[in-house]
Design a protein around this ligand. Structure first.
Ligand SMILES: NC(=O)c1ccc[n+]([C@@H]2O[C@H](COP(=O)([O-])OP(=O)(O)OC[C@H]3O[C@@H](n4cnc5c(N)ncnc54)[C@H](O)[C@@H]3O)[C@@H](O)[C@H]2O)c1
Length: 271
């Protein structure tokens, strides 16, 4: 009997699912972070863009040219502010959370996206300085971002959503990127661990794992790396592919997801 079946009571997707929310996006001036910041703003969030610089980094080939992410969001009718930040410095990240609270009115969504990659090297060629800077930005930066966001969210008592940007390099072995792979594996482990600790506070912690996405970070090797040809879907990723997934994880539509690692990789890790 059809009447006896459980009903799907899910509401249809609303036009601006992040209306009234405040989102922090680190590394928001270029690449994936820029697309995420703009997407969250379109979906209604007030966005605090945190980056070393307000404009896209040199050599980038961004939508919107050299304009700052904040200017692009405002020109489109959204609300945004910028705070100069090095994610690997605790004092900077504490200032980010404080600025979100005082200038934008809260901190509901934290996207820990800032990351660096020194290029392809074997462990024999990689320097200690490269290892240290990769871990400082990609691991300590995400740890600090989670720490300040969770601190705010626990005090506010209204839950929240954290999305960490990992990589397929943290899920499978890729050639010649030892420090980067270690850093992204750490991001995935941290994501799962924090999801357990803060579920009772309704703070969700998820990760996205992009595959090969064309940005200034990856552009130098695009078209030049046989590993890219192993992506089953017949094109490389775009920043919008990743921004859509982050927006979903940031919104209440993913309410029962925490500790998940969502591969946005054209099927790369399905092989
Ligand atoms: N592009 C890819 O193919 C790809 C694939 C998987 C994962 N990722 C991850 O996505 C994230 C974004 O990468 P992208 O390709 O957009 O890079 P990108 O270089 O285009 O942009 C990175 C942004 O982060 C900022 N940044 C760097 N170090 C910072 C620091 N210490 N403090 C604050 N901001 C800092 C830069 O100024 C820049 O604006 C990174 O975590 C990267 O590891 C990228």
């Amino acid at each position: 009997m059809i009447e006896d079946l459980p009903r799907n009571t899910a509401e249809p997707r609303v036009a601006r699912p992040l209306e009234g929310k405040v989102a922090v996006v680190t590394g928001a001036s270029s690449g994936i972070g820029r697309a995420v910041a703009r997407r969250l703003a379109v979906e209604g969030a007030r966005v605090l863009a945190a980056d070393l610089r307000p404009h896209p980094r040199d050599g980038s080939h961004e939508d919107g040219g050299h304009a700052s992410t904040v200017d692009l969001i405002r020109a489109a009718g959204g609300e945004a502010a910028f705070v100069e930040t090095d994610v690997s410095r605790a004092s900077d990240m504490e200032a980010v959370a404080a600025t979100a609270a005082t200038e934008l009115g809260g901190l509901d969504i934290m996207v820990n996206n800032a990351g660096i990659w020194h290029g392809h090297r074997t462990i024999l060629d990689e320097t200690e300085a490269e290892f240290d800077s990769t871990i400082a930005t990609n691991v300590k930066g995400v740890w600090l971002g989670c720490k300040v966001a969770i601190g705010h969210m626990v005090r506010a008592g209204s839950g929240g959503s954290i999305v960490n940007v990992a990589s397929i390099a943290g899920m499978v072995g890729l050639k010649a990127e030892p420090a980067y792979s270690a850093s992204k594996g750490a991001v995935i482990g941290l994501t799962r661990q924090l999801a357990i600790d803060y579920a009772d506070e309704r703070i969700r912690v998820n990760a996205v794992s992009p595959g090969f996405v064309e940005t200034s970070l990856s552009r130098s090797v695009m078209g030049n790396n046989p590993e890219h040809d192993l992506t089953p879907w017949p094109r490389l990723g775009t920043v919008s592919d990743v921004a859509s997934a982050v927006a979903f994880l940031a919104s209440d539509e993913s309410e029962w997801m925490t500790g998940s690692v969502l591969a946005i990789d054209g099927g790369y890790t399905a092989r």
